[in-house]
Design a protein around this ligand. Structure first.
Ligand code: ZN
Ligand code: ZN
Length: 93
C-alpha cells in the first residue's frame, strides 16, 4: 500500500500533509481524516451558534441574555416565574 502526499495539500484542521491511496480518484480531501473534518464542522457550528445567540431581551427585566434550549423569552427561570406570578396577581388588584 503506497501512500503519497498530495502536492501542496495540508489538512484544514491540523495542517499536516494530506495523503491518500495511490490510484484513488475523486475530489481531493480537505482534511487528513474523519477526526479533523468532524472537529472543523463542530467549530463552524459553534461559531454560528455564538453569532445567533446575541441580542435576546428578557420580557420581564429587559436584560439581554444568551439563548439556551429553553431561554427564549426570559433571562432566567426566576424571570419566567415572576411573569407568571404577575399574571395571577392582576385578579387581586
Ligand atoms: Zn488533520
Ligand atoms: Zn430577566
Amino acid at each position: 500500500m503506497v501512500q503519497r502526499s498530495l502536492e501542496g495539500r495540508t489538512c484544514g484542521g491540523c495542517a499536516s500533509p494530506i495523503t491518500r491511496e495511490a490510484g484513488k480518484r475523486g475530489p481531493l480531501p480537505v482534511y487528513c481524516g474523519r477526526a479533523c473534518r468532524w472537529k472543523a464542522g463542530n467549530r463552524r457550528d459553534a461559531e454560528q451558534r455564538a453569532r445567533r445567540r446575541v441580542g435576546l431581551v428578557c420580557e420581564t427585566c429587559g436584560g439581554t441574555f444568551n439563548a439556551g434550549k429553553w431561554k427564549r423569552r426570559f433571562c432566567s427561570t426566576r424571570c419566567c416565574r415572576r411573569k407568571a406570578d404577575r399574571a395571577d396577581a392582576t385578579s387581586t388588584g
